[in-house]
Structures are given as structure tokens and as C-alpha cells.
Ligand binder design. Structure first.
Ligand code: SAM
Length: 305
């Protein structure tokens, strides 16, 4: 029997996934988390690399709040928590059907049919989640992107034998989500403010859509709502408000715009007065391989270690 610790991890490939950055994030976690019970809040959960790490590392988490604006994603977390078995069954069927097709054109046709089905309104949440994972494993570059009408539109990807159903990961994630008292919210990050508690530490990890490094690199957003400079400002105001509260600690990731253009001190100004560190990033979702160099990212905190 495998231990949860070795397998619980993101069940989707997600743009901006934090798996590779976890060792650096860990070094900057507040010392208090190792000493006291706390509430863990992740307002932009995405694929949940940090979430799954935190749940395994800190059994002293008393309550977990996760949120994302992408409803399909948050519904998938709900299904994994409540019906991992049903999901594994459905996904195994999709995997068998797909891998039995040996000609690329047939696989492509199958993919496009499933994509159409996924975009239908009122799809049952179990089937929606199975299709979300199937598409994530078989689409181009494991991207999640929607058109202006909110329809998933990533093209077919060429893989010889993709693992579509990783049952070990799904069961381990499900077990972990069920070990804690957890709220899964769908909506704007600001909805999470009400979950702090004066008598207990609340630790927020913010991983918003990154601000593009330059006008030309503007990576189109994850969902139809854009996260523009005004949204970044709202987020920094939100963080400033939180910092005034008793027992609230937060850490936030974003792009290091001034490394590309020293005059672009957008984040240095927004987060003046807080601790700003630079860490090495390895971006994994970038269609242009030449841009996958080692970049620095910002890690901003309202606490000293
Ligand atoms: C950089 S990704 C998070 C990546 C995640 N940490 C991981 O490891 O996969 C940003 C997430 O923010 C979500 N998002 C965008 N705008 C949002 C908003 N206003 N409120 C909450 N979530 C939002 C996106 O759907 C996306 O999943």
C-alpha cells in the first residue's frame, strides 16, 4: 500500500503550476506554522501543487479554504473529494477507448467529440470532471484555455500513450481532501476574507495569474475574465487589509517585472513595506521553447521568518 505522502499531487497540469517552486516556497513559510494549529487559505488554487504539499506536511491545519474563479476546476475538486471511485471508473473507460484507437486521425476525432461534449451546458459534474481530466491529458501542452464564450478550445495534442487515469493520485488526493474540514469556493479571491479567525493563525498563499513581463509576452488569461493591472491593484489592497488583521499571515507569488525592465517597478510600489524576495522559477507552460529560460519570480510576505 502506497502512502498518501508519496502520491498526492495535482490531478491536472495547470498553467503556473507551483510544483517545482515548492522547495523555495517552503523555506519562506512562517515558523509559526510548525508550532501552532492554523487555517490554510488558497484563493487562487489552480492545480493545487501548494495545497497538496501543505496538507501532507502540516497535519496541524484545522481548516482549509480553497477558491478559484474557474467553476469547472472547483467542481472537479468537489467530485474528487466526494466520488473518486466513480471518477476513476469513468476515466478508465475513456482511457481504454482512446488508447484502443491506433490511428492519429481517429484519436483526434474522439478528442474533438469529447471536447464538444465537455462544452455542453448542464453536464453532470462527474462526467464533466472526467472529461476535464481526459482533455487535460490529451490536449496540446496540457493547457486550459477558453474562448470569449467560455468554451474550452485547446487543440488536440499528439501523445503516443498518455496516462489518462492515474488512480493512485486520484485516490490519494481524495483521501487527503477528506482528512480535513474543507470549504471549496467558486468565485473571486476576495470571497476568502471572511474565513479568518482572530483566535487562530490564518495563512494565505496567493498565486494569482501573473502580470505579463512585457507587452509582447502577454499570455492570454486562463479563463474568460482577464486579470489585468487593476485586478493586481485590487489584490494588493486586499492583502493590505488582511495585514491589518490579527493573526493573518500571507505569502504571494508574482512575476518579477523589474528584472526585465528596471523601470517597471509596479510590484515594488504596490507592495511597499512588505518583504519582497526573488526566487528562481522554471516556467513550464510556454509554447515558445526559447522563452523557457531561468526567470526570477517575486515572493512577497507580510511577515518575517
Ligand atoms: C497561477 S494560477 C494558480 C496556479 C496554482 N498555484 C497551481 O499550482 O496550479 C491562477 C489561478 O487563478 C484563477 N483566477 C483568475 N482570476 C481569479 C480571480 N479573480 N479570483 C480567483 N481566482 C482567479 C485562475 O483560474 C487560475 O486557476
Amino acid at each position: 500500500m502506497k502512502s498518501i505522502d508519496s502520491v498526492a499531487k495535482p490531478f491536472l497540469k495547470w498553467a503556473g503550476g507551483k510544483r517545482q517552486l515548492i522547495p523555495q516556497l517552503t523555506k519562506l513559510l512562517p515558523n509559526k506554522l510548525y508550532e501552532k494549529d492554523f487555517i490554510y487559505i488558497e484563493p487562487f488554487v489552480g492545480g493545487g501543487a501548494m495545497l497538496f504539499f501543505m496538507l501532507q506536511r502540516f497535519p496541524n491545519i484545522k481548516k482549509v479554504i480553497i477558491n478559484d474563479i474557474n467553476k469547472k476546476l472547483t467542481d472537479a475538486y468537489r467530485i474528487i473529494k466526494d466520488d473518486a471511485e466513480g471518477l476513476v471508473l469513468m476515466l478508465t473507460n475513456l482511457e481504454n477507448e482512446y488508447n484502443n484507437l491506433k490511428v492519429e486521425d481517429s484519436r483526434k476525432e474522439f478528442y474533438l467529440n469529447q471536447r464538444e461534449r465537455f462544452n455542453e451546458a448542464n453536464l453532470d459534474l462527474l462526467e464533466m470532471t472526467a472529461l476535464l481530466i481526459f482533455l487535460n491529458r490529451t490536449c496540446f501542452n496540457g493547457l486550459y484555455r477558453e474562448n470569449s464564450k467560455g468554451k474550452f478550445n485547446v487543440p488536440f495534442g499528439r501523445y503516443s500513450n498518455p496516462t489518462i487515469c492515474n488512480a493512485d493520485v486520484l485516490y490519494a488526493d481524495s483521501e487527503l481532501l477528506n482528512k480535513y474540514e474543507i470549504e471549496i469556493l467558486t468565485g473571486d479571491f476576495s470571497n476568502t476574507a471572511q474565513y479568518t479567525d482572530e483566535d487562530r493563525i490564518s495563512f494565505f498563499y496567493f498565486d494569482p495569474p501573473y502580470r505579463p513581463l512585457s507587452a509582447t509576452s502577454s499570455f492570454k488569461s486562463f479563463v474568460k475574465e482577464d486579470f489585468d493591472d487593476d485586478s493586481q491593484r485590487e489584490l494588493s489592497n486586499f492583502c493590505r487589509q488582511l495585514a491589518l488583521k490579527e493573526n493573518v499571515l500571507w505569502m504571494l507569488s508574482n512575476s518579477d517585472c523589474s528584472s526585465k525592465n528596471p523601470k517597471d517597478t509596479f510590484f515594488e510600489e504596490l507592495y511597499k513595506g512588505f518583504d519582497i524576495q526573488r526566487v528562481f522559477a522554471s516556467r513550464s507552460v510556454n509554447a515558445n521553447a526559447s522563452k523557457r529560460g531561468r526567470l526570477t519570480e517575486l515572493l512577497i510576505r507580510n511577515y518575517k521568518l
